[in-house]
Design a protein around this ligand. Structure first.
Ligand code: AHR
Length: 512
């Protein structure tokens, strides 16, 4: 029996809805086929965006979408993707799979997609191979509401009104595919480029921070995995000769971390794995907690008031591609193991909501740990989609104090995980939301929850469970799906329930 403690009166931080964000790159079949099929497609669409996919994404309340990359961002020249489609440049996507990029999905299409998804926009600029002028003009094109060359060009291309850019990334992975530069060099470049990411809607005296939604929030390129040298080097240079109240002229610092069960070179199969690899995968997912603490400690030194958000804008599992698919397309299946990776990671993000202010799963459709897979006109929701569906009630809720006493489990001493993962919040309607995952491959687990600061009237619960290898396929799309769970009992001091092995539950408590 595991003892679970929740104090609903101890509010810790707001869980930004953006923690449940997504990432879509010009990579494989994410944008083309997955999201965008063009107006003339036989697949039902609105202005070229697949209706089935948009509807499925709206169900899980996508809060924010990052685009156009990834590594693609630092090779992307935005002017190639505007104007009449027949005159847009055709080129090879040299980074991903060597296929033709016809630029039919560009800035206008991205903004249209976000309009349909009703989500915020996170545009990633090109620092690696672009110029300051190019980046500056893109921001002017998208956001300036007045007379100017770029605003006029936007109007000429059919959109007189400016768009809202909520977040703007100044380069991506500049320690690698975005230019292979040093932290100090990147930070100097960031200082220069961000100067021209103009805040056209700012009033006199407005200073952006991660908490100013009316302004563009600027995201600097952060570290890969545990590279604290990058975090320290970038922040040291950004905070030098910078007015204290401008907190390094950045509003977010990214972190990228992928789970490769068998290491970067081998990666491992998405669907075939044994007990050892299962626990290794989950233990690597749990490692996100260490990484946030590590980089967070450095951020605290420079930014103790937490005006700069940690933005984990690429996370998820990265396996060997599905047999027979283009290795450059990064297409992989998704099983209950991925659902548990998502449950662990989202619980970790919730617990660090004071510093982690946005996160983007990589990637939304048909690439890496997707929530949606498509095959021609067919579409399936993956087990990971179902976790996002369960967890969506945490969006913009208040994280509350909670912890669980649980055993460590695993098949190898160096890859142990806590048997249970959890987080708890109180939402705007005053409902207490608990999400708990049983990571055991084989054992059910009884949980006795002591709940303080909340008098429970009734509960509703949904569960996602199945064999670790269970997945949805185009032939059997609903093998893994959440269902109502009636096994939660209200006790004198809280709740009691038993979780089957390999399961994720959401319990909503309504006050008496
Ligand atoms: O998500 C795939 C790639 O992983 C992205 O393009 C890059 O930023 C990262 O290395």
């Amino acid at each position: 029996m595991a003892k679970y403690y929740v104090n609903a009166a101890a509010r810790k931080a707001k869980i930004n809805k953006e923690i449940y964000g997504h990432f879509s790159e010009h990579l494989g079949r994410c944008i083309y086929e997955g999201l965008y099929v063009g107006e003339d497609s036989e697949i039902p669409n609105v202005n070229g965006m697949r209706t089935d996919v948009v509807e499925a994404l709206k169900e899980i309340r996508i809060p924010v979408l990052r685009w156009p990359g990834g590594c693609f961002a630092d090779e992307y020249h935005w002017k190639d993707g505007i104007g009449p489609k027949e005159t847009r440049k055709r080129m090879i996507n040299t980074h991903w799979g060597g296929v033709v990029e016809d630029n039919s999905f560009g800035t206008h299409e991205f903004m249209e997609l976000c309009r349909q998804l009703e989500c915020e926009t996170y545009v990633n600029g090109n620092l690696g191979s672009g110029t300051v002028q190019e980046m500056s003009e893109w921001v002017e094109y998208m956001t300036f509401n007045g007379v100017s060359p770029m605003a006029d060009l936007r109007a000429k291309n059919g959109h007189p009104e400016p768009w809202k850019v909520d977040f703007f990334g100044v380069g991506n992975e500049n320690w690698g595919c975005g230019g292979n530069v040093t932290p100090e060099f990147y930070a100097n470049e960031y200082r220069r480029y961000q100067t021209y990411v103009r805040q056209y809607s700012a009033q006199d005296g407005d200073i952006p921070s991660i908490d100013t939604p009316e302004l563009i929030r600027r995201i600097a390129c952060g570290a890969n995995v545990a590279d604290t040298d990058w975090t320290e080097g970038v922040l040291h240079t950004l905070f030098r000769h910078c007015d204290e109240e401008r907190h390094g002229n950045l509003d977010g610092l990214s972190l990228h971390y992928y789970v490769h069960p068998e290491g970067w070179k081998i990666k491992g199969s998405a669907t075939e794995f044994d007990e050892k690899v299962y626990y290794k995968t989950l233990s690597k997912a749990q490692h996100m907690d260490d990484l946030i603490r590590m980089h967070g400690a450095i951020m605290d030194k420079y930014d103790p008031e937490k005006k700069v958000g940690m933005i984990v804008d690429e996370w998820g599992t990265w396996y060997t591609v599905e047999p027979g698919t283009n290795p450059g397309f990064l297409y992989q299946q998704n099983t209950m193991r991925d659902a548990l990776v998502a449950a662990i990671t989202l619980n970790v993000f919730n617990h660090h909501a004071d510093r982690v202010r946005m996160a983007c799963l990589a990637q939304m459709v048909n690439v890496l740990q997707s929530v949606i897979l498509t095959d021609g006109p067919r579409m399936i929701k993956t087990p990971t989609w179902h976790v996002f569906d369960l967890y969506k009630l945490h969006q913009d809720a208040d994280l509350v104090e909670s912890w669980i006493e649980t055993d460590e489990i695993g098949a190898e001493p160096e890859f142990q995980v806590p048997e249970l993962s959890e987080s708890a919040s109180v939402d705007a309607d005053g409902h207490l939301q608990l999400t708990v995952a049983n990571l055991s491959l084989t054992e059910e687990k009884a949980v006795d929850a002591a709940i303080a600061g909340f008098v429970i009237g009734s509960v509703q619960a949904r569960i996602l469970t199945g064999d670790a290898h269970a997945m949805n396929t185009f032939e059997e799309p609903d093998t893994v799906a959440s269902c109502e769970f009636n096994g939660v009992r209200v006790t004198a001091d809280g709740l009691a329930f038993t979780l089957p092995p390999c399961s994720v539950i959401r319990i909503t408590c309504f006050p008496r």
